[in-house]
Design a protein around this ligand. Sequence first.
Ligand SMILES: [Zn+2]
Ligand SMILES: [Zn+2]
Length: 242
Amino acid sequence: MDKVAIDLHIHSLLSPCGEEEMTPNNIVNMALIKELDFIAVTDHNTAKNLPAVMAVAKEMAKETEKGLCILPGIEVTTKEEAHILAYLPTLEAAMELDQIIYQHLPDVMNEKALFGPQTIMDENDQIIGEVDKLLISATDIGVDQLFKIVTDLGGILVPAHIDRKSYSLISSLGFIPLELDVKTCEVSKKETFENVKKNFRFFKDYQFIHGSDAHQLEDMAEREFFLELPDMRRQTLIHYLG
Ligand SMILES: [Zn+2]
Ligand SMILES: [Zn+2]
């Protein structure tokens, strides 16, 4: 068993609320400085910076001989206005989910002056495009439908920051639907697992992880949140979470 340091909820500058410093290279370098083992860059309703993030991590692994594993992910806003982390086994599966989500976003365009740019970068942190639809809109995908889509792609769901009063599955529905076959819920950095379990008794049946939900570099997790995993394969982590 290995003690694996994780931060599975990080936003790049592609999220309208993500700071400009959250470039693919800066995120990967910061994760290496902090000596994290497994990270996930989970932008709102998009995976379009994941090709760059994963390319950078691969390149850095060659240069530094330090292994940083990337779990492909997206923070999806369901039609219930709940934020759900979707984790996928491969970049290809994440890009497929990206396509599906884009079709389910309303035709509301991003107003840069209001929300900031939604920047897509390559592995050299060069800007290669922007997403035109506003990414913080809710999709019209229900949480049960999302479960089916993501499962079909080999992935799993983790309801995000379930202790929060807005944009969580608990704040929008008040409970986790029993038919929703999730095993793990994410709790904000500041809240304790014990408190959450005390406040919502049905949470006794779930396991928890912490994620930083970082929108700037300094907010990324330190080597502070650990999982016990037998190896460092993505599939192992996905199996543990779902
Ligand atoms: Zn969120
Ligand atoms: Zn987030």
